[in-house]
Design a protein around this ligand. Structure first.
Ligand code: DOR
Ligand code: ZN
Ligand code: ZN
Length: 383
């Protein structure tokens, strides 16, 4: 079946589980307005933002400020993860907030046992006291990036204590190689993979190619694509990590990561155009499963009656470059923005925001997806 002959195809709005929208004191790299405009222009209608901001999202006051910025500026729906707080008392404060869960960084695990127990305890506390109990996952980086050049090294064994929460509460993000995917599935966690680990192999240690976790060998990348096609990867997530070009040149002060929000769902559509994924697989990886992982699939991630009206119409095409880029993030890798699909329309919360390559100028009412889902969870159960 060649979807390219079918004209417009309707899909549930894409959900990106792992983005760095920056903002606050890092707004020179990117902010909540530019990043979410880029997201909408590639069919993403919900983004989940990471807490490595300045200040970091580890306290109630920082998260309040972040949510206020998103409320004011976001063109799409949003969710935020909290970082692991230094003081247990802070966790109580976090429980009042509509957050998606905890992001656990390798640094959080450095003092292994004590820290892991603390994370599990905090997470349990959050579950017990949460006023918005829809999601609350611990989303972990399970690879030792410091051992970058020694190859992929899944650290899940060390995370077993976090599993004290139950593996369903654990999501492993940006798995860069097959052993991490398999380790995550073995313990019953969900796992995502990024476009860069699926589309690019390691080509030396040049700053322009640097990302955490690093790009891997061609053989590992092809195995990742195979696992994706076999249904072993639950979701695609971009790790949109925008930096300025001058931060991507000097090997000594090199900031890692690629800006993806303008393009990745339209690039991932190349896997449909080439027959690697079915359109159903694509919708599962870009929308349904991310909604399930966030615990908000009662109102997001599919096109059933009663869902929030986040809807995308795409048309599969041959390789081309999108006409415009909205993110402030500058990629040193030129061809990272080639894609295989064009957007016909994007609807956020029932408002048509994008039509045939142009923003309509309509401002949608965007919501914190965690709050929205917890409000409508009890009252509406879709057929
Ligand atoms: O490459 C990366 N960039 N990996 C991360 O984990 C962080 C991110 C960033 O924030 O720039
Ligand atoms: Zn990361
Ligand atoms: Zn990240």
């Amino acid at each position: 079946l060649d979807y390219r002959d079918m004209g417009g195809i309707v899909l549930p709005g894409m959900i990106d589980l792992h983005v760095h929208l920056r903002g606050l004191k890092l707004s020179y790299k990117e902010d909540e307005a530019t990043s979410t405009r880029a997201a909408a222009a590639s069919g993403i209608t919900l983004v989940a933002d990471m807490p490595n901001t300045m200040p970091p999202l580890r306290s109630k006051s920082a998260i309040d400020a972040k949510l206020a910025a998103l409320r004011r500026m976001s063109l799409v729906d949003y969710a935020v993860y909290a970082g692991v707080p230094d003081e247990p008392e802070e966790a109580r404060g976090l429980a009042e907030l509509p957050i998606a869960g905890f992001k656990v960084y390798p640094e959080d695990l450095e003092e292994r046992r004590g820290t892991l127990r603390r994370i599990a305890r905090l997470h349990k506390l959050l579950i017990l006291h949460a006023e918005h109990p829809v999601a609350l996952k611990s989303i972990v980086e399970a690879e030792d990036t410091r051992a970058a050049m020694r190859g992929c090294w899944a650290e899940l064994a060390g995370l077993m204590e976090v599993l004290d929460l139950g593996p369903a509460r654990l999501h492993v993000t940006h798995a860069s190689c097959p052993s991490t995917v398999l380790a995550a599935k073995k313990v019953g966690a969900t796992v995502d993979a990024t476009p860069h680990h699926l589309f690019y192999s390691l080509r030396g240690s040049d700053c322009g190619w640097r990302v955490n976790p690093p790009l891997r060998s061609k053989a590992e990348r092809l195995s990742m694509l195979k696992l994706l096609a076999e249904g072993m990867v639950d979701a695609l997530a971009s790790d949109h990590a925008p930096h300025l070009l001058r931060e991507r040149i000097d090997p000594l002060s090199c900031s890692p990561g690629f800006a993806w929000l303008d393009s990745w769902p339209l690039l991932a559509a190349c896997l449909v155009a080439s027959g690697t994924l079915s359109l159903q697989d694509y919708a599962r990886l870009t929308s349904l499963n991310p909604a399930r992982i966030l615990g908000i699939d009662s109102v997001y991630g599919s096109l059933q009656p009663g869902m929030r009206a986040n809807i995308v119409v795409i048309k599969l095409e041959r390789w081309h470059r999108p006409a415009r880029i909205y993110s402030k993030g500058e990629n040193p890798i030129e061809n990272i923005i080639e894609v295989c699909a064009a957007l016909k329309a994007v609807i956020v919360g029932g408002t048509l925001v994008y039509l045939d390559g142009e923003f309509t100028g309509e401002k949608p009412e965007t919501v914190n997806a965690i709050e929205y889902a917890s409000t409508y969870l009890a009252s509406s159960s879709p057929p």
